[in-house]
Design a protein around this ligand. Sequence first.
Ligand code: CA
Ligand code: CA
Length: 128
Amino acid sequence: MIILFLFLLFLPPIFSFEFIFTGYFTCKWTDEPFVQDFLLMDWDTITRDDKIKQAREWSTDVYPYAYEVWGEEDGDGPWDNYYELYYQITHNCTVSRKIVTQNFMFPEYSVHVSRVAEETIVHLPIQY
Ligand SMILES: [Ca+2]
Ligand SMILES: [Ca+2]
């Protein structure tokens, strides 16, 4: 019984995190549609990065191309108190229009924050 209590004591608390991210994709090399796909991910230290439960929309009608992501996550994982969110973007905004996958990092959000709504403009290609 004591062991079970100690085990529960050290489990990370569960927090619910809801977000709405909107913004635009721009490209240095073209204004033809260039984003093939993008996913909101969370970088994790111990476990594989989480694919966050999400719904996405992005347009290819008018440049710069608008996007929206809605999602939620319940806690970050063991020993993690911050969401390290990033977009994993597959695009061909390159000189030769070759398709590449690049990560766009967000600032970190505390797991104690319950809701974030932000507009972010993503300039491609991402320069390292
Ligand atoms: Ca994380
Ligand atoms: Ca996580």
